[in-house]
Design a protein around this ligand. Sequence first.
Ligand code: ZN
Length: 147
Amino acid sequence: LSISTNNMADVFSQRTRSWLMSRIRQRDTEPEITARKFLHLHGYRFRLHARNLPGTPDIVLPRPRVVIFVNGCFWHHHARCRRASMPTSNRSFWETKIGKNIARDKQARRRLHSLGWSVITLWQCQLSSREKRDACLARLIRRLESK
Ligand SMILES: [Zn+2]
């Protein structure tokens, strides 16, 4: 049985559909593109969205054996970040949902480490303003150069 996207609306309720959509990791977000351009400018070559690696890392640098996740602060719960604060309505729903994301991220990091990869996480808020972005990307290059 195959379900076309047209009748997906009939098959799934609104709530189930939005849950399914939220399971799909956002690709090619603005902060991600910023990081990619910067790395490219500095001569790094990389693969994108490597499905064969735990957690499908956004950016994979095979030579220094580094993976980079560019995370949204809310969905991946950036600790002590104001963008990560929980909505006041349906609080337990969101806490469960975000809690699962945190657990999944943690497991992916652990598995990547055991495969010999270094894991770097960049956060959406660190790439938002000009000054923060420059500092964040300079730190990233220093970390990569030390590999
Ligand atoms: Zn943040």
